[in-house]
Structures are given as C-alpha cells and as structure tokens.
Design a protein around this ligand. Structure first.
Ligand code: NAP
Length: 248
C-alpha cells in the first residue's frame, strides 16, 4: 500500500539500523512511497552503503545505545530542518544465553539497545510531531515477545516491553494525529536468522502454517501501510507478520 501523495510530500522518515536486513528493506520501501529517507548505520562504511542504496535519501551514523550519539544526530537533523515525522525504531540485537549463564552485560546491552533506545529516539522528536499534528512511530517487536523463547529472556523482555511502550505512548499523543504502532515479525530471512542451524530452522518451518520464512519485504510492506494515511485510525496496535506462527 502506498502512502498518499499528501502524506509523502516533503516528509522525512528516519529508519534505524538500515544497513541490511529488515531496516534496509524498510528504508527502500519508504523511499519508493515518496518519503525522504534517512537510514542509520553504526559505521561510516554502513552509512555510505545506505546512501548508495537510496536514490534521494542518505545514510548517517548513529548508535541507538548511546545518549551522546542520539543527541548529536537529533541536533544535526534539527539544524538541517530534516526532523522526521516518521520514525521507525528498527535497530535491534540479540545476545542469547540461558538465564543461568547470562552475564550482566548480555542483559544490559539488549535492554539498552532494543528498549532504552525507544526512549532516546522518540522523546526528542515528539515536539515537532505534536506541532505538525501528524506523525508515525513504528517499533520493531518480535513474535517471541508474546511466545517467549528459551535462551532469550533478555531479548524477549525487551520486545514485550516495546509493545507496552507502544500502547502507552499511543495513548499520550494520539490526540495530535500521531500514531504509535509495533510490528512483530516472525522468522524473517536475515543475518539474525542465518545464525540458526539447519535443525532449528527445520523445527521452526514445521510450525509456520504458510510453510516458509518471511522476507524483509513482508515487513517493509507492513511498515509502509502503518506509515500511510490509510492507517490513520490504527494506533497502539502490534501487527503480527509471522506466517501464522503465532496467532493473537
Ligand atoms: P540485522 O540484520 O541483524 O541488522 C541489525 C541492524 O541494526 C543493522 O543495521 C545494524 O547496524 C543495526 N544496529 C545494531 N546495533 C546497533 C546499535 N547499537 N545502534 C544502532 N544500530 C544498530 O537485524 P534484522 O534481522 O534485520 O532485525 C531488524 C529488527 O527486526 C530488529 O529489531 C529485530 O529484533 C527485529 N526482528 C527480526 C526478526 C528476524 O527474523 N530477523 C524477527 C523478529 C524481529 P550495523 O550494520 O551498522 O551494525
């Protein structure tokens, strides 16, 4: 579903973690839908890769786990009059371990990168969205946020919390035409799922009614819909995109 031309006109969309996988597909899809896309990477090389993949948009450096890095980017975007009205909080990491063996850093890094990043990223953008009386915040959760997954207490906690964050912020700012939604992907073909071994992948496929892993474009399409004017009356929702792996 494409954004209407009204929605897309001169609006900036910021996509975190746009170097590869789901984030890269989202950035390219939002650009095709007419938005001015700014994608983030943790390295200069990654930022250049994003710029090369986009026609009009660009890549910039950002670490979502750092207050300093977020503040620097926000100040630059404000100075350049490029504050986004669409924010896609896509960057996320895993550091799997059974809880009995999980080190403090494995817990803290996941919560900081996957969850605290939403506080860092959303807060500085609210004023301009409220002023514009239009905004879209789309947060990447995961199917395991509802299902649970052994070895991922840290990751699953971060994703379940993202859905609560999404609902609460949606209530706070809905009155100004700003929607806040989450997308919960199932198992999507990316670097993250390439880490699974064949046995794990086959076990997963048996549980997916449509019989295959999802593609990054499946998620990008859902983001494009939630960013569009067609989704103006949807807020606080978590949209499952999981091939039927988990139905809610
Ligand atoms: P991915 O291929 O591993 O890519 C992760 C992206 O996040 C990269 O662009 C990476 O940038 C960026 N990133 C990592 N650490 C960062 C940090 N500290 N600050 C800023 N950016 C950082 O991930 P993916 O599989 O596409 O997943 C994207 C999102 O979907 C994540 O939130 C993930 O939890 C969620 N998800 C994925 C799946 C799946 O099956 N893949 C399923 C459910 C949910 P660099 O390249 O610069 O490192």
């Amino acid at each position: 579903m494409s954004a209407s031309s009204d929605t897309a006109e001169a609006k900036y969309a910021l996509v975190t973690g746009a170097t590869r996988g789901i984030g890269a597909a989202i950035a390219q899809r939002l650009e095709r839908d007419g938005f001015n896309v700014i994608g983030t990477a943790t390295t200069d090389a990654g930022a250049q890769k994003i710029s090369a993949a986009l026609q009009r948009g660009k890549g910039v450096c950002l670490r979502v786990d750092s207050d300093e890095s977020v503040n620097t980017l926000m100040a630059t975007l404000k100075a350049d009059k490029q504050l986004p009205q669409i924010l896609v909080n896509n960057a996320g990491i895993t550091k799997d371990n059974l809880l009995m063996r999980m080190k403090p850093d494995e817990w803290n890094d996941i919560i900081n990168t996957n969850l605290t990043s939403l506080y860092r990223m959303c807060k500085p953008l609210l004023r301009s969205m409220l002023k514009a009386r239009w905004g879209r915040i789309i947060n990447l959760s995961s199917v395991v946020g509802r299902m649970g997954n052994p070895g991922q207490t840290n990751y699953v906690s971060s994703k379940a919390a993202i859905e609560g964050f999404t609902r609460s912020l949606a209530i706070e700012i809905g009155y100004r035409g700003i929607t806040v939604n989450a997308i919960a992907p199932g198992f999507i073909e990316t670097d993250m799922t390439n880490e699974l071994n064949e046995e794990q992948t086959n076990a997963m496929l048996e549980r997916i009614p449509v019989g295959h892993l999802g593609s990054c474009n499946d998620i990008a399409g859902a983001v494009a819909f939630l960013a569009s004017d067609d989704a103006a009356y949807i807020t606080g929702a978590t949209l499952p995109v999981n091939g039927g792996l988990h139905m809610i």
